[in-house]
Design a protein around this ligand. Structure first.
Ligand SMILES: *[C@@H]1O[C@H](CO)[C@@H](O)[C@H](O)[C@H]1NC(C)=O
Length: 141
């Protein structure tokens, strides 16, 4: 049989253990802010950049604009290539050209911002690479 004081000590210890554990591990169901997950890739030769934002658990949104180097209004001839994936034409991506650059564009696609960081993104005209840069975590936005 436990004495009354032992029971109180036991309950106090239990309470402390619960307190420590509830602070040590994040509680499940806590809302996650996807908006804070951003990355950016800058293209100095084309005077442009693309910003990637995590919009929900499964999708990434890319917002971008290029201001120079796109000399022909032929969206089938210009391509974006991510790492070793197949390149996609501006036309396929829905990117509109406004010589000498592009209009502002927004493309959503399945993926995670955290998995894009460190990958190389290239902009091509036909087979020629116009500019190429690595996607970086964006701390400033
Ligand atoms: C995430 O966003 C994309 C694009 O807007 C949408 O198609 C998809 O259904 C969304 N997924 C969830 C889990 O909300």
């Amino acid at each position: 049989m436990m004495t009354k004081s032992k029971i109180i000590t036991f309950l106090a210890a239990l309470f402390l253990i619960c307190l420590v554990f509830s602070h040590a591990s994040p509680l499940p169901g806590k809302p996650v802010s996807y908006e804070s997950d951003k990355a950016v890739v800058k293209f100095p030769k084309l005077d442009g950049k693309i910003i990637f934002t995590q919009i929900n658990a499964t999708h990434v949104k890319a917002n971008g604009k290029l201001n120079k180097g796109i000399l022909k209004d032929r969206p089938k001839e210009y391509f974006i290539k991510l790492a070793s994936l197949n390149e996609k034409s501006f036309e396929e991506m829905g990117i509109k050209i406004k010589v000498p650059g592009t209009k502002e564009f927004e493309v959503a696609s399945a993926g995670k911002v955290s998995q894009l960081i460190g990958l190389k993104l290239s902009i091509l005209h036909k087979m020629k690479v116009l500019d190429s840069a690595k996607i970086k975590k964006d701390f400033l936005i």
